[in-house]
Design a protein around this ligand. Structure first.
Ligand code: FES
Length: 210
């Protein structure tokens, strides 16, 4: 609605409102600055949090990998319970009474089954299932590293299926045939009160071909 020039209802000219309008604009500008500053601070806090998480992961992953590697590469040690390597009883303790005279069983130290070089050939030399006649050797052939057979041959010897090496379990796993350059390393074992077979030391020498 139009107002006469001198009407009291006519709005004041902009020059009359100059100071309040300037102050309002400043307040608006400060509020805007505050909001932008708060927004930047929030972004910075998130960046710091993300950086901290990334830093932690960068250190945690190699440490975890090293821990896993260390666990997987543990060799046989005194006190390790020996468990069946394969078959229905895999992972269960091997009892001395469960190995008939003239037979063999392949076992791993419990909790260290990831390392093939830990495979053990337990042989009961007989004439009964006594701990006194129990011997243990590495099950890794010293020729080229094949796994020897779990089953003894017809003469009661340990045989490798790859190139025909044969070892005598009654004579320190001495090589009696084939290209293997040295005996299978032996492992001292004992039998616990419950009849379970336990490692009583470490292998007598390096495992497999050297
Ligand atoms: S790897 Fe056993 S005889 Fe060759």
């Amino acid at each position: 609605m139009a107002h006469p020039p001198n009407s009291p209802d006519r709005p004041s000219p902009a020059s009359d409102r100059g100071l309040p309008a300037l102050s309002e604009a400043r307040a608006h500008w400060h509020a805007l600055q505050d909001r932008q500053l708060a927004s930047r601070r929030r972004a910075l806090r998130w960046a710091i949090r993300i950086g901290a998480v990334a830093f932690g992961v960068a250190f945690a992953l190699p440490a975890l990998a090293l821990k896993t590697l260390t666990r997987e590469t543990h060799g046989v040690a005194a006190g390790d319970a020996l468990v069946y390597a394969t078959g229905d009883q895999a992972g269960k303790p091997v009892l001395v009474s469960a190995i008939p005279p003239g037979t063999a069983v392949q076992a791993f130290p419990q909790g260290k089954t990831d390392l093939a070089d830990n495979l053990i050939e337990l042989v009961q030399l007989g004439p009964d299932a006594s701990p006194a006649h129990l011997v243990a050797y590495s099950a890794i052939c010293t020729h080229l590293g094949c796994t020897v057979l779990a089953k003894l041959n017809a003469r009661g010897d340990i045989a490798c299926p790859c190139h025909g090496s044969v070892y005598d379990p009654a004579d320190g796993a001495k090589v009696i045939a084939g290209p293997a350059p040295r005996p299978l390393p032996s492992l001292p074992v004992r039998v616990g009160p419950d009849g379970a077979i336990v490692a009583n030391g470490t292998f007598s020498g390096p495992i497999g071909p050297t």
